[in-house]
Design a protein around this ligand. Structure first.
Ligand SMILES: Nc1nc2c(ncn2[C@@H]2O[C@H](COP(=O)(O)OP(=O)(O)OP(=O)(O)O)[C@@H](O)[C@H]2O)c(=O)[nH]1
Ligand SMILES: [Mg+2]
Length: 460
């Protein structure tokens, strides 16, 4: 058990459990219970040539937190150095034997890999170890399944799980045909798989169309209408960085806050007042994590898309976290994946009440324009609101207005301070569609029409 010594005792999870509110009712939820909560587990990580011991150790810390959040307990860690994964068992044959002994010795129910396993690897390992074998993706999906509370959230989780399951079934199918080959390949096993596959595909189509419906309704209701009037600021960031706490602090909302991963899975939007007295909307949404499973990114598209609607992103990070730099990079990577990488961003260095000053100063130097705050005790929040106000004032928005002829100076302002995309002289006044900064947008606001346009329509 030298490996576990290498990374220290499992004290963090133990401490957490002592004070934690438990994940609550672990009873399976209807529709989303495909993967059951894990119990006592051994965690496995491989250190590849390009990684360091510290990387592996902190990734395992995170996996341990994930397992803990999912309702399991990590009792042991096990690592191996390899150039690349073994195609059959991920870790080497010798290590599998060692691991089997450890499984017996510690009487665990589950072995969890900090990597994504192929269906074949998972199957081979389960056979060799005579225990359940999971990977990081399954654990994250399981947490999402347990935390999803809105109807839309549950549909999205189910979609992610089924897509994942389907990719596994495909793997099985291929493996079976390769194994058997030739005569008698289409045994009962495979036709059952065909049936399962068809059923899953049907359910996936149904979920997709339901989610599309919800998305369209929302788009009609809020998106275009709000856009012209009230700027939207989206809180994004690594899970557990303090996004919900910051939303509550900024807007007086009372969104649930918890010291666990993926506490928030839905979108909350609340108004707050800017320094210049104008109103903005802040949104809080699902957090990101290193290697967020692609199935989840895909399924949570409609939730994540609401982030794309923002004028400005507040990227919240836990400044005191040992892996803060990696977490900031991971969030930027997910933002790129969902097409939000180019949106203007203010980095918020949160939890400064428990972070040493040198670290805060280093991060502030590394990220120009970053604002240090404590969402918990309120320090720096005024500075943050001032920074948001300034950034919004310089951010350009698309405004559509019908300006009476006795206010012709506003049309001139739009030409001077912005880009006029369309202009027409109508009986009631001058119709303008323009991309303007905050000051001019505010001046035009009294004459704004409900816009049918959004910057997304103006890509050419
Ligand atoms: N010390 C300190 N703790 C904070 C601060 N802000 C948030 N926290 C704590 O950090 C934990 C996570 O906070 P949340 O607001 O739930 O974080 P989140 O980013 O919304 O997390 P998810 O929704 O799970 O992705 C909670 O225990 C908070 O009380 C802060 O400024 N200082
Ligand atoms: Mg949250």
């Amino acid at each position: 058990m030298a490996d576990s010594d290498q990374f220290g005792a499992l004290s963090r999870a133990a401490q957490r459990r002592a004070q934690a509110e438990r994940v609550g009712d672990l009873a399976p939820q209807e529709g989303v219970d495909i993967i059951r909560p894990v119990e006592r587990a051994i965690l496995i990580a491989v250190r590849f040539t390009d990684g360091t011991d510290a990387d592996v150790s902190s990734s395992l810390d995170e996996l341990e937190l994930l397992v803990d959040t999912a309702g399991g307990t990590a009792v042991e860690r096990f690592t191996q150095r390899r150039e690349q994964p073994d195609p059959a068992t991920f870790i080497g044959r010798g290590k599998v034997a060692e691991l089997r002994d450890l499984v017996r010795e510690t009487a665990v129910d589950t072995v969890i890999f900090d990597h994504e396993l192929t269906p074949a690897q998972q199957r081979n390992l389960e056979a060799a170890l005579a225990t359940k074998v999971l990977d990081r993706t399954i654990v994250i999906m399981d947490i999402f399944a347990q935390h999803a509370s809105s109807r839309e959230g549950r549909l999205q989780v189910e979609l992610a799980q089924l897509t994942y399951l389907l990719s596994r079934l495909r793997g099985w199918g291929q493996a079976l045909s390769r194994q058997a080959g030739g005569i008698g390949t289409r045994g009962p096993g495979e036709s059952q798989l065909e049936v399962d596959r068809r059923r899953i595909n049907r359910r996936i189509s149904k979920l997709r169309s339901e989610l599309d419906g919800a998305r369209q309704t929302r788009a009609l209701k809020t998106r275009r209408r709000e856009r012209n009037q009230v700027p939207v600021v989206a809180l994004v960031g690594y899970t557990n960085a303090g996004k919900s706490t910051l939303l509550n602090r900024l807007t007086g909302a009372s969104v649930g806050v918890a010291d666990r991963l993926f506490a928030t899975l839905d979108v909350t939007a609340r108004r707050f007042e800017l320094t210049d007295g104008r109103i903005a909307i802040a949104t809080d949404t699902v957090g990101f994590i290193q290697n967020l499973p692609t199935q989840l990114v895909e399924a949570f598209k409609s939730t994540l898309e609401q982030t794309l609607d923002a004028e400005l992103l507040l990227h919240v990070c836990d400044a005191g976290h040992p892996m803060v730099d990696d977490q900031i990079r991971a969030v930027d990577a997910v933002l790129d994946t969902i097409g939000a990488g180019a949106l203007p961003q203010v980095l918020v260095l949160n939890k400064t009440d428990v972070t040493d000053d040198a670290t805060v100063a280093r991060l502030a130097r590394a990220h120009g324009g970053a604002v240090a705050v404590s969402a918990r005790d309120g320090a720096g929040i005024d500075d943050l609101v001032a920074a948001v106000t300034a950034r919004l004032a310089s951010a350009r928005r698309v405004v559509e207005a019908l300006v009476p002829y006795d206010h012709a100076e506003l049309v001139a302002l739009a030409h001077r301070d912005g880009t006029v995309l369309k202009e027409e002289h109508r009986p009631e006044g001058t119709y303008v569609l323009a991309q303007v900064a905050g000051g001019a947008a505010a001046a035009l606001e009294p004459f704004a029409l409900l816009s049918q346009w959004s910057p997304d329509d103006l890509t050419d």
